[in-house]
Design a protein around this ligand. Sequence first.
Ligand code: ATP
Length: 328
Amino acid sequence: MAKEIRTIGVMTSGGDAPGMNAAIRAVARACAYYNVKCIGFYRGYQGMIEGDYCEMNARSVRNIISQGGTILKSARSEEFRTKEGRKKAMDHLKKLGIDAMVLIGGDGTFRGGQIFSEEFDIPVIGVPGTIDNDISGTNYTIGYDTALNTVIDAIDKIRDTASSHDRLFFIEVMGRDAGFIALNSGVGAGAEEILIPEEDLGLDRLLESLKRSKRSGKSSSIVVVSEGDKIGKNVYELADYVTENLPDYDVRVTVLGHMQRGGSPSCFDRTLASRLCVKAVELLLDGEKNVMVGLIDNKVTATSFDEGLSSEHEINKELLRISDILST
Ligand code: ATP
């Protein structure tokens, strides 16, 4: 029989994402509702290793649902990648009487959690919190919707100035390995071209598309570029290339950078975080372990780490076709 769960630990790890606070709140409140003690660790796995924690109750998470960032802070921990580091973390969990953990983060966080759980036989549940939306086992990750809206807002503003001066803007958005942000914000903001890590559209096509735009009477253009676009040129190199080959264009570059991680979470992200984290606590109380929770076809669903981590969350390439048609 599974051990009774009396104390649950929670932490946020990897890159921060809007909605992580709503997730922490939901874990703390669900624990209070079910009469389970809740302990929050600061700075992800590093805080577990160092025993840096706080006791949480329903009131200690008041007014955080609307705040960006994470009150528990986030970090990447090299030490947790070692067995010695993980042993130190487990020693602190034992000392605090923690029976199970809710881990809010990305795929790296889940990988670490899976190893930790198997090594020390402690139940863990992963909650997908990352702006990248690159986790299979969920249609949406917490923070992605807010990041998209932040990007759209920024592109709209850049478009105002681009059209006033008849300029071509290359706008770099986050996504080293995944093009979700670029693809969806590109379609949503009406970009002329979208460059993503999953698909090499080629430089010739880019030039052709920009020439076609000019011919069709467009005087300004927006090209949205993922950090890790498959063409293999960064946004400044792309701008130089286009300037050399299409001297008629007045080219500018904007890198949106870390602003994409900040801001008050959207209603979608708050609701998603709330649904996933209540489920995470309930699964632990039901004796479930080593799964991630996610939203699939609008149902909160548990997927084993093995399955969630082994497959890629595929982008919807149909959006490239839509973008092509609409940028005519
Ligand atoms: P994001 O998607 O925002 O980058 P992430 O959770 O994928 O978030 P990572 O830096 O990859 O971010 O992972 C977070 C932490 O998880 C790492 O700093 C490390 O402590 C732990 N971790 C990742 N992979 C492993 C692993 N194979 N073994 C042990 N720990 C790991």
